[in-house]
Each structure stands twice: as C-alpha cells, then as structure tokens.
Write a protein that binds this ligand. Structure first.
Ligand code: CA
Length: 276
C-alpha cells in the first residue's frame, strides 16, 4: 500500500512536471522568436524608438570613413535628417561623424517605399535598404537589398542585392532628373522569386536570380567612403555638414499588395488560379 502510494505520488510529480513543461515551453520559444514587422507608414514627425534605433557609437570600418553617432540622426519639420560632420577632435580616426537609422523588427517580402532627397557631395553614399547578417540575428546569412545614391552624381540611382554574401548585382539607372533637387519616391518590391525597383511608381529594374529569402531590417544611412574612390569618388570634408533627408517610409507586406500589372504600373486583385 505504501509502495503504491509512493509510486502514485511519483507519477503525479512526473505528470505535473510534464504539464508545467508544456505550459512553459511556448514562452521560452516566444522569447527566441525573430520579431517580424507588419505594415506601417512612417511620416517622421518625431523619433519613434519603438520602431527605430539610431546607430552608434561605433564604426563599421572598411570603406566607411565615419563613426556612427545617434546625434547625427535628427527629426524636424516632418523630416528625418542624416548628417555628416567632421569629428570635433581633428586627430580622430575615422575623421567624420555620420548617421544611420534602422528598424527594430525584421521585415519579409513586400513593398518597401521611401520619399527621400539624397546628399549631393562627392565621396558620399545615401541609402535606403534592407539588411541582415550573423550579427543581427543568430546564424543569419548576409542578405541585403539596396537603393543607393552616390553624391558625386545624383542624376543616377544604384540598385544592388546580396544573397548569403554574394553580390555583384549592381545596376545603375539614369533618373532623368537630379534626385538631390527634391523629394521623390523610390521603392523595391521583394518577392520570393524577384525584386523590382521603382522610381516615382514606375518600374525601372527587375532581378530574378538568386533572390535573398531571409527577413531583414529596414535601414537608411549617409556616409563618406574611403578606399573606394573608383565607386564613390573622394570625400574631402569641405562640404560638411552634408545632409540627406527622408520625408516618409512605407512598408506593405506581400499578402496586402495584390498582383502587379506591368502594363499600367499598378497593383490589382490577383487572379485566382484554378486547381485542377
Ligand atoms: Ca514627413
């Protein structure tokens, strides 16, 4: 009788342990889950630190001839401003301060839109892109989708993407206007099988090879290059402060987009495909 009671108690303990294990395990799994962002429109009336983080204080090294400082990212008159300045200390290395803003969440397939006015200053890069890597999330590949303006010639826009660190997908598009003169809308639509880039709603470039698949953070930065003069030109710091402005950013997930009609550059309701 006593033995049976002990056995029964042990079973009860084991059972309750199992139950509590079942109850607890989803919480543990939740804590380790990647935060995936949903649809948003950001108008930059103020700094929303729940959605965004300012980079700094640190340096990327390599081709970035600046240290990121949160103070180089400011908000005024409904615009987000990224600014390059000389370091206060003349002997500082790197010699410049720069700004970068990134989302806290990761975003997957969908339409990424920005209204921006890039800097017109030789040696600088103004950007709107998505990015992830092993430092952003455990074991992530380096995946990236880019819109970039080179300050040496803002009548062109550069598109690019990386899949598991493999790039070489650069494409330049002649805008037919100077992007530094005013705000214009630039966008890319990321699908599992393609990336399509748009300027003011018009489709201007499509990629279909080796498309990145990992959710990424939305990022914007402005920086002076070094050792990449052939690409960016040489930044001499005479123009500082150099400023890039962003009026708004919008993200629409793929499932809310509908199907893109290349004939009129518009999204429409997707045709239902018959299942045979
Ligand atoms: Ca705005």
């Amino acid at each position: 009788m006593k033995k049976k009671l002990v056995l029964f108690s042990m079973c009860l303990l084991l059972f309750s342990g199992l139950i509590s294990g079942l109850v607890q395990s989803p919480q543990v799994a939740e804590a380790a889950e990647r935060p995936i962002g949903t649809a948003f429109v950001e108008t930059f009336e103020s700094y929303d630190s729940e959605r965004w983080s300012k980079a700094g204080v640190w340096s990327n090294g390599q081709m970035f001839n600046a240290t990121w400082y949160p103070e180089q990212v400011t908000f005024s008159n409904g615009k987000m401003k990224l600014q390059i300045d000389k370091e206060d200390n003349e002997t500082a290395s790197p010699p410049y301060k720069a700004g970068e803003l990134r989302t806290n969440d990761f975003y997957h397939y969908g339409l990424f839109e920005v209204s921006m006015k890039p800097a017109k200053s030789t040696g600088t890069v103004s950007s709107f892109f998505t990015y992830t890597g092993p430092w952003d999330w455990d074991n992530d590949p380096w995946d990236e989708i880019d819109i970039e303006f080179l300050g040496k010639d803002t009548t062109k826009i550069q598109f690019n993407y990386f899949t598991n660190g493999v790039g070489g997908n650069e494409h330049y598009h002649e805008l037919g206007f100077d992007a530094a003169d005013d705000f214009n809308t630039y966008a890319f639509e990321w699908r599992p099988e393609s990336i399509r880039w748009f300027v003011n709603g018009e489709l201007v470039h499509t990629a279909t090879e080796n498309i990145p698949q990992t959710p990424q953070k939305i990022m914007m930065n402005l920086w002076p290059g070094i050792g990449v003069d052939g690409w960016t030109g040489r930044f001499n710091g005479e123009d500082t402060p150099v400023v890039t402005q962003y009026d708004w950013v919008k993200y629409t997930p793929l499932e809310e987009l509908g199907c893109y009609n290349e004939k009129n550059n518009k999204y429409k309701k997707c045709k239902k495909t018959k299942v045979k």
